[in-house]
Design a protein around this ligand. Structure first.
Ligand SMILES: *Cc1c(COP(=O)(O)O)cnc(C)c1O
Length: 365
């Protein structure tokens, strides 16, 4: 049998997963590494949080530029070994909010189901770096049984977020069985698939996958683009296939130092997403995960960026800026302050152009 030409192999998502770079040697072969990156990769090889980069995503990295925004997201640095004040192992208190194995509940009406510990790519700023890539792989239906039982017994939960790890790294068959189990719970109205696959493994968004999931709508796809360079022909085609198959696509971006912490980059990212019918949903302040101090920005900087974008970007392109509060006590929306003064019956506002204007309440009745 003759070998398939490489272009066909590279378009197969399983080939992409099997041929991911997972070691210092693999990085060394593809990129001109700095000593700092070499030290980071060596540590990642032995410590708990592994390296993984699909050949596709690796191809987006500038091999000569250590400041490349794609590279900063996935190539470890020695700074990962540093702890800074406020760093936490489990910043969102997920272990404390686990109501059944693999099920996290922090709001009355929503729950988060962790169906795998595996991702196509391990982002160095991962909120769940404490547990991903641990080797457990996709969770069996038996393992998830108590989570399903909990959901069945809690009619107030109407929205389940299927996350991990990345749920789209498992086989379609396995994923569909989980979705069917959730769909058999009458009060679960909305399902969300939280996945970075459209960004790092767009080949996975196949017709076969879409056909298998389509009967289970409403299924929202929560994806995770951080930089306009991630909007390639392949990933844009994946977004179009999702939208054409009726999946509302929402994007979370994480605000990252040296990756997307300037207004022009964010504006290009958000506009590019809207062009492909993906709604910029949240701009997340990076969680204080242990070893990510070098990738985080200040809150003041985040607010200044939001202020720079307000009024200059269409409302559908402007996400909410969110801090997921340490300890897992809830997401807090952050807005630049547009109220200059409050007096009885009069609110003095400042517009994005800096014009001050009074809004008068109606007379009291
Ligand atoms: C973020 C999160 C949600 C969903 O929040 P939304 O604001 O509805 O997108 C739900 N549960 C957990 C545990 C979360 O971390």
């Amino acid at each position: 049998m003759s070998r398939l030409p490489p272009v066909v192999e590279a378009s197969d998502w399983r080939w992409q997963l099997r041929h991911g770079v997972r070691s210092l040697a693999g990085l060394e072969a593809a990129l001109e590494l700095t000593e700092d990156e070499r030290r980071g990769a060596r540590a990642a090889e032995t410590a708990g949080f592994p390296i993984a980069i699909t050949p596709y995503y690796l191809g987006l990295i500038d091999p000569r530029d250590p400041a490349c925004p794609i590279r900063r997201q996935v190539v470890p640095r020695a700074s990962e070994l540093q702890q800074v004040p406020g760093d936490l192992r489990d910043p969102l208190g997920e272990e404390a909010h686990e109501v059944a194995p693999e099920l996290v509940q922090r709001y009355p009406d929503r729950a988060l189901l962790l169906v795998s510990d595996r991702c196509a790519v391990y982002c160095r700023f991962c909120t769940r770096s404490r547990m991903v890539g641990g080797g457990g792989g996709p969770r069996s239906l038996e393992r998830l049984g108590p989570a399903f039982e909990y959901l069945r017994a809690h009619p107030e939960v109407s929205d389940v977020i299927i996350s991990g790890g990345d749920p789209l790294t498992m086989t379609t068959e396995r994923l569909v069985r989980i979705v069917e189990e959730l769909r058999s719970i009458p009060h679960v109205e909305t399902l969300r698939l939280a996945t970075r696959v459209p960004v790092v493994l767009p080949q996975r968004i196949t017709e076969e996958l879409l056909e298998a999931l389509r009967p289970h709508h409403p299924l929202w796809v929560m994806t995770h683009f951080n930089h306009p360079r991630e909007l390639t022909e392949e990933s844009r085609a994946a977004l179009r296939r999702l939208a054409d198959a009726g999946f509302p696509v929402m994007n979370h971006s994480v605000l990252l130092r040296g990756v997307n912490d300037d207004a022009a980059t964010l504006a290009a990212l958000f506009r590019g997403l809207v062009r492909e019918r993906a709604r910029p949903y949240y701009l997340l302040q990076a969680d204080p995960v242990r070893g990510t101090g070098h990738l985080r920005t200040s809150v003041a900087q985040g607010l200044a960026l939001m202020e720079a974008l307000q009024g200059r970007l269409s409302g559908i392109a402007l996400p909410k800026y969110i801090i997921d509060a340490p300890g897992g006590v809830g997401k807090v929306p952050m807005t630049p302050d547009y109220v200059v003064r409050r007096a009885p019956g009069v609110t003095t506002l400042r517009t994005w152009r800096g014009v001050e204007v009074d809004y008068l309440d109606p007379p009291e009745r």
